[in-house]
Write a protein that binds this ligand. Sequence first.
Ligand SMILES: Cc1cc2nc3c(=O)[nH]c(=O)nc-3n(C[C@H](O)[C@H](O)[C@H](O)COP(=O)(O)OP(=O)(O)OC[C@H]3O[C@@H](n4cnc5c(N)ncnc54)[C@H](O)[C@@H]3O)c2cc1C
Length: 371
Amino acid sequence: MIEARQSYWEEVLYNQHCDVLIVGAGLTGLSTALFSKRKNPNARVVVLERGVFPIGASTRNAGFACIGTVGEHLADLELDSETKLKERIKSRFEGLQLLTSTLGEQEIDYDPCGGWEIFTDQQVFEEVAIQVDRFNNWMSELIGEEEVYSIGKFEGYPAIFNRVEGALHPGKMIQKLIALNIAAGVEIRWQTEVKHLDFDNGIVTGSHTEQWNAENVVLATNAFTNRLSNKETIKPGRGLVFVTSPIKDIKWKSTFHYDKGYVYFRNLGADRLLIGGGRNVDYDKETTNEFGINESIKNFLIGFVNDVIKLPKGWKIEREWSGIMGFTESKSPSLEKIGAKTWQVAGLSGMGVALGMALGKKAAEQLRINN
Ligand SMILES: Cc1cc2nc3c(=O)[nH]c(=O)nc-3n(C[C@H](O)[C@H](O)[C@H](O)COP(=O)(O)OP(=O)(O)OC[C@H]3O[C@@H](n4cnc5c(N)ncnc54)[C@H](O)[C@@H]3O)c2cc1C
């Protein structure tokens, strides 16, 4: 940070008023901004982001546009009621429709390839497969699609296919969303970390000692929310992802899930594989909002690539990174008022590609703007 005293002229730049101030330029924050501005074209809408780009989950995820495997739904039923889970599945489906229609399928490299849940254990497969009819009935009721799940095989493994899922490019997704925000007249201030927040008066202090006076403040900081919020409801969860160097004749072309969604992988273009997850291998260490690579999880995923995916010998990791998710207890996101002028919109619980834009839009609809 450059150290320099504020000039007389900068007073107008440093102490500013705005109608909506959003903290965090991930998918949720940028969507809140876009829909606030579209609804109120005369309102001053500002986004403050600590990174040069968003630095959380939105540009660091796996790009699965998914509504959930049968195995994941069964695991979720242990955490939440059937009613809540049904609401979330519907929200994921509608959220993906909103995302692709707002940004454009081509612009975000959307590929409606479907998604496979694979099994290495026949008994586990049979326990899950027996539930396929039940969840097909749910899908018919919730999203009006018949026979969403079907039983099949992939590379010799018993599998369940979901025909309404797909994959996209998270970098292009955020790039397009930034462009739409700028075109709409939203101001985005990069490299501005919010240090302090007065929830009732809407006074926000940034890392350059500038102060904002906002009618509405929206905390869209997902995994990092507890650092600023007066609630401690969001638990961070780090996720590891790596991409291989090019591989000849790669057979795994689609999106794939394993072990209730804890492991996921997909092809990238014609010859690369992306794989991520394994957080449950070292759960306590991954309950952190610090970026970093967990070597035991990395070794677990390497073993999975060799033993289950069976890539030809000699494959290499070309790039690896981590991202941080924010979880609520039940996995349903939190959209709540935490002060007279402040909202918290966080806890996308690892499903934000599907849920982030719709949640941001819902948040925008709650704000009171007098313009
Ligand atoms: C490894 C990984 C894989 C994933 N894969 C998938 C997937 O395939 N499909 C799927 O649906 N979901 C996936 N997710 C989840 C999804 O990416 C997230 O749910 C979603 O991106 C959350 O978006 P967000 O905008 O709420 O949060 P984020 O993208 O984390 O944005 C929060 C922003 O707030 C900023 N911020 C934090 N504190 C401050 C502060 N004090 N001042 C200013 N700015 C601040 C951060 O820099 C960040 O840019 C994955 C997540 C990870 C980590």
